[in-house]
Design a protein around this ligand. Structure first.
Ligand code: ADP
Length: 199
């Protein structure tokens, strides 16, 4: 089955792009959603997190206190590696499960950390939604109702635009009207359908 890995920096237009692929009938597997599923109450990863980092990582209703856990591992490399050892294999298994269940001609795996996390290994081809950093900043700040400075901090922690551009097989520059992006996606969709038929 053909899997296209889609990525891009914050505010680049990943969601806008995947929404359009979905309108074309393509199944979207979202790595961020998979990462949430594996730490839901009742999941083994959540119990392991509580065992490792303490029950105070859980909220009163039993769900994960994400902010607290993020704070706990933020400047502690060993703790972060331990957390990743608990979650990463389960996230990968959840992604693999969802990809296997997809019935569309090809499937898109969207992940902000496609290259950093190793999730690109699920994909035969990668697509970068590319945007000018100034545009990323304006769009993400407006969407999240945060300051451009906060968006800058997130962008600084992400892989550089240049490195993403070097790694991606396909690049869509999202610098115009949404209709411009949608038209480019439709052209690419035609190519991906052909690739999927050839497999
Ligand atoms: P990502 O998922 O990569 O963080 P989004 O798709 O959520 O990015 O886009 C960020 C914000 O910018 C959203 O509010 C979206 O509607 C808006 N946006 C994205 N692309 C465009 C565009 N070409 N024109 C206008 N607004 C856009």
């Amino acid at each position: 089955m053909l899997v296209i890995g889609l990525t891009g920096g914050i505010g680049s237009g990943k969601t806008m792009a995947t929404d359009h692929f979905a309108r074309l009938g393509i199944t979207i597997v979202d790595a961020d959603l998979a990462a949430r599923v594996v730490v839901e109450p009742g999941q083994p990863a959540l119990a392991e997190i509580a065992d490792t980092f303490g029950a105070e990582m859980l909220l009163a209703d039993g769900r994960l206190d994400r902010a607290r856990l993020r704070q706990r591992v933020f400047s502690d490399t060993a703790a972060r590696q331990h957390l990743e050892a608990i979650t990463h294999p389960r996230i990968a298994a959840e992604i693999a499960r969802q990809l296997a269940a997809s019935k569309s001609p090809y499937t898109i795996l969207v992940s902000p950390l496609l290259f950093e996390s190793g999730q690109a290994r699920f994909a035969q081809r990668t697509l970068l939604i590319d945007a000018d950093p100034a545009q990323q900043r304006t769009r993400a700040a407006a969407r999240d109702n945060t300051s451009p400075e906060q968006i800058d901090a997130i962008m600084a922690a992400q892989m550089s635009r240049e490195e993403r551009r070097q790694r991606a097989d396909d690049i869509l520059l999202n610098d115009g009207e949404p209709g411009h992006l949608y038209a480019a996606i439709e052209t690419l969709h035609g190519r991906y359908l052909e690739l999927a038929r050839g497999q």
